[in-house]
Design a protein around this ligand. Structure first.
Ligand code: SF4
Length: 211
């Protein structure tokens, strides 16, 4: 994708959805962190279903610790990999209480030091909760960035760094939402729906699908 097409690409996505939101449900920074940690290799829908029951009972590190491993597992057992996720979340909560006064830290280093929190999760929290222009490259962003020619790269990190360079500053904070939603609903993995794609004019992918 030529550099001059990147601005209209994002302007078009923005016009269709001016305030994109995460599809994970949360009301506090800790809830966001917990939801993103639970969402690895699981759908947002499955995570929301579990957290709708969990968060009213426990939505702080202290309250999660009070549930205990078994108690926590009983709320999240419908989510894939729930045992290891429960273990990681318990360990992360302990660190949050011991080192951060029960608050979620706002630096990459401190976030990535939490069990179960990798670069992608840290990027989501830094972006969504703290408004930093990070790029959390998931499977959708990886595919859309490569397919369109927006930010090609062989690894998620290469795509992340390319996006950081190529996305205009005014779109940087929200861009990862637009790319995820575009990948989830239009530029589908098996068959992109180019025939109903608002940004087809800017995309390198050929031949475009026609239905
Ligand atoms: S034109 Fe097709 S390949 Fe390109 S972004 Fe749209 S759906 Fe994806």
């Amino acid at each position: 994708m030529k550099r001059e097409l990147i601005e209209p690409f994002f302007a078009t996505l923005k016009a269709a959805n001016p305030s994109p939101q995460s599809e994970l449900e949360y009301t506090t920074v800790f809830e966001l962190l917990a939801a993103v940690l639970l969402s690895a290799q699981a759908t947002d829908v499955s995570v929301n279903k579990a957290t709708r029951k969990l968060f009213p009972v426990a939505n702080t590190p202290q309250a999660i610790l009070a549930l205990g491993q078994d108690g926590l597992e009983s709320y999240i057992k419908t989510i894939g990999l729930f045992r290891s996720k429960a273990k990681h979340l318990m360990q992360a909560c302990r660190i949050l209480v011991e080192r951060h006064g029960g608050e979620v830290p706002n630096t990459r280093e401190a976030l990535e030091a939490l069990p179960g929190v990798g670069r992608k999760t840290a990027n989501v929290v830094l972006n969504v909760a703290f408004g930093q222009p990070t790029m959390a490259v998931d499977t959708h962003i990886f595919r859309v960035s490569n397919r369109t020619g927006l930010a090609p790269g062989k690894t998620p990190l290469a795509v992340e760094l390319a996006l950081m360079q190529r996305v205009p500053p005014e779109y940087a904070v929200d861009s990862h939402h637009w790319l995820i939603l575009h990948g989830r609903y239009v530029c589908l993995a098996r068959k992109p729906q180019c025939y109903r794609c608002a940004v087809a004019a800017y995309c390198d992918f050929t031949p475009k699908t026609t239905g």
